[in-house]
Design a protein around this ligand. Sequence first.
Ligand code: BES
Ligand code: MN
Ligand code: ZN
Length: 491
Amino acid sequence: MSKPVSLSFEETNLDLIAEAEGRVCVLVPVEGNLGQEARRVNRLTRGAVERMRAAKSEGANTGDVITMAWPSGMAAEAVDIVFLPRQCSFQEAREAGAKIAQKRGEQPLLVLAGNHRKAAEIAMGIALRDYGFDDHKTAEASEDARTVRMMVSKPDEIKAAADPLLAVAEGVFFTRDLINEPANVLTTTEFANRLDAMQSIGLDVEVLDEDKLAELGMGALLSVGIGSDSPSKVVVMQWNGGETNAAPLALVGKGVVFDTGGISLKPAAGMEDMTMDMGGAGVVAGVMRALALRKAKANVVGLVGLVENMPSGRATRPGDVVTSMKGDTIEVINTDAEGRLVLCDVMHYAQERFNPAGMIDLATLTGAVIIGLGHANAGVFANEDMICNQFLKAAATEGEGAWRMPLGKAYADQLKSRVADLKNVGGRPAGSVTAAEFLRRFVRDGMPWIHLDIAGVASVKTATTYAPAGATGWGVMALNRLVADQYEVSE
Ligand code: BES
Ligand code: MN
Ligand code: ZN
């Protein structure tokens, strides 16, 4: 597992500023009085802070950072001046934190946050953007690269505000680690083991093996993993922090640890990206971790279908007909449309066993959603407006892009099969929508349901506001907020 940044909060001591090594970061309002820390840096640098603010004030925006290299009068290699008013939104504070983290290389960092109201959110932004996945680099990252100190006027108060945020960040990192991990390391068994280990933080975890899945009748899911030497598994994670017997929210994730396409083999170019095809399961796991770490007062169950899609002499062929747990028969036209085969059985099982209050599935389901929405938004499909709008609001608040897409009978009709109840692909037009319609068939009448197609957002080639290139952890913060806003019992 990657080692996240180590953040500590200490009481402001102006006398330590001149001697601080590495990077020092100071918050400066675009207008109005400087805080005492900024005044101290200004004095040490013979007025540089004020001069920079004056020069910048015309076009300065909240969150802008200017860097003073080797400031005379200070031991630091660099001082970052961050324009951030005391009255700012939590998103502005978090974004400023991310920018601060992005600026620093391997240097230790001292952030002079003083009495800034959103210091905990600044810490959250730093933590999120400071993530790196270097588990498979043989050179050890230096300790300096992991140390961030924040000077604040009330360390205990800020730490108390930061703790639940950093629990969520830890969930995000858990997701990112899983998604970044190569498929020879993160096999279905290794994935299940890492989830099982979350018993130690209070989750109730069960791992269902192939015999059990066969007994349950999960013929669709099993048909995907049958070509692989890694055994298929379903993992059930329960967090019961809410009222006893209150119906849980169910989160269901696609966990294809590697997607070769199976017999409908994918082209070689870019196939390595399919290590992230377990992204949906990764997000479900990260949300469950965050909920457990912050002891959320809600009942949530996370279920993931873990399989590997490989070609072999035993693999499912195009034209094969498989039977889902629900009983619907499916003609497999293309073995590369495997995610829906995994999800339909896990979704059916989730409803049968838990009778949830609502169900949200997440999957790196289609390339088509990337054609439609790129990497800025996940595709959102829902059978009901209320749960959909609650989710969209939570995602917007957390800055995780999400855009609603349609469903409809015309799309469902594209899935009609000559030989079975339905087929697993609906042709090229509206590929993401027909995939969603496939899933909808396995949602009970009256069950509020959202399908999130995260193929474009789970892992990206260029850094985002809160993540370096690679896995983003998209969805952990939005779902955590949805749970906090809609499912947690208030005291
Ligand atoms: N895992 C892929 C979707 C995907 C593509 C995720 C690119 C991330 C990046 C999925 O299993 C798949 O192969 N979908 C096919 C469906 C098609 C055969 C109907 C696709 O999108 O091409
Ligand atoms: Mn596929
Ligand atoms: Zn796939």
